[in-house]
Design a protein around this ligand. Sequence first.
Ligand code: NAP
Ligand code: MG
Length: 498
Amino acid sequence: MNANLATERIESATAAFLQRPHQLLIGGQWVPATDGATLEVINPATGRAFASIAAGGAPEIDAAVKAARKAFSAGAWPKVRAAERARLLYRLADAVEANADEIAWLESLDGGNPVGSVRHVDVAMAIDSLRTSASLADKITGETQLAALQSDGMGYYVREPVGVAGLITPWNAPFLMAVNKIGPALAVGCTVVHKPAELAPLSALRLGELICELGFPDGVVNIVTGLGSTAGQSLAEHADVNKISFTGSTRVGRSILTASAINLKRVTLELGGKSPIIVLPDADLERAANAIGDELCFKSGQFCAAGTRLFVHRRAHDEVVDRIAARLKGVKIGAGTAPGTQMGPIISEKQLDRVLGYISSGSSQGAELVTGGRRIDREGYFVEPTLLTSTRAEMSLMRDEVFGPVLGAATFPDADLDQIAALANDTDYGLAAKIWTRDLRSAHVLARKLQAGLITINGGGAHGRLPFGGFKQSGLGREGGREGALGFTEIKSVSLGY
Ligand code: NAP
Ligand code: MG
């Protein structure tokens, strides 16, 4: 967001939103939790509450699922043509675009990320994602097969909406994640119950307001805020939900899979990562180092596809490490809404302690602290971006997802690409892998050998529209583009004798 942006107008729109009650969207009505329970919403840059939301639980999830089921089977939605679903989604994209600055400001207050980055990455990608979903609504088709000429019949298959979809999202990119699930689900004709993360729920409620203004039939989109252990768990267990699309940690992903087994729900899981970065000696080292440093600070490292294990050829190691350290030292840290902030706080005190714990365990296991490593002495939950070298694969710092701005580096000698890939693949995760080299052959051979759902070469290009998801314990299924929309469909084959 540029400095001359109409900050006053945005702050007053945000203030107006904050004054409205933040309730549950069930069957087209905003309602409180039945027992009136609420949860505080915290600004991580101050550690103080600035709003409250309704704390939905099992009864509210049940009411929302009933509303979604009714909207799926009766009323207007099942009769809405694909082209009309597309029109509604295009209108939603336009409404998000018209309110983009306000949404970004709200999400920056709630989640802590720099408002410019929320506006130009998350909200911009959300607008594109809605338009992609809209464009897919009338292109979800099956295939036809004829029997041999002498035989008497034909067969075809169609893709039908899977039904009621439960959408559970994390706090690190709440608006984008909500849209990445709601868009494709509605495009193919599903109805949804969305459970946002309790740590950053407000932008999803703003999205709910926009949806209500646009003429989606009641019950097509329901939003129930509340705790994961109550609202989230009831949604995953609910016997009348056909599909769960979950983004979050591998630990909770596993429990979603177990809960979904009750009625064999279809499940898509977008989980954690521990993504390797490989720098070959022929790479543009300055460009690579700057990009690696910037990416480490993106969302304060709270980014599922973040590169957090750095493998550099020994000839390039010192230069790359020095350049990354210099880049990290220059990062302007502050509240997401403060002018010029490049990196915001960590989401919570608990998460900050976890990040600091990994830094100190890495140091005590022999890693060398090059820069960062400390909590910043100010209100809120801030930590310095941190680089450690001389790491070994068995350190917890190099095995677990830290979800903070912490990068562990190691070198490799003149090794063949198989050995480099083996280093990179030595992880339970497989979400992303990043390659820096000027040699096309090495880039593509490595891309083939790496076990990850997204490979970026020299920083990548247009990966926003590619299918996204993980190998190994980073997930199940794919989101994004056509593949993502197909995940909300069920195939029905029809075999016909003439
Ligand atoms: P989380 O703790 O797994 O929570 C994710 C969501 O699940 C939240 O809405 C949470 O609710 C809910 N939840 C918690 N326990 C639940 C349960 N037993 N049943 C049903 N729902 C439950 O993850 P997080 O800490 O919010 O987010 C960080 C994680 O997300 C990281 O591991 C990151 O890698 C991953 N992530 C993955 C992607 C991807 O696309 N692969 C993208 C972004 C983030 P409450 O928060 O209200 O408790
Ligand atoms: Mg918050």
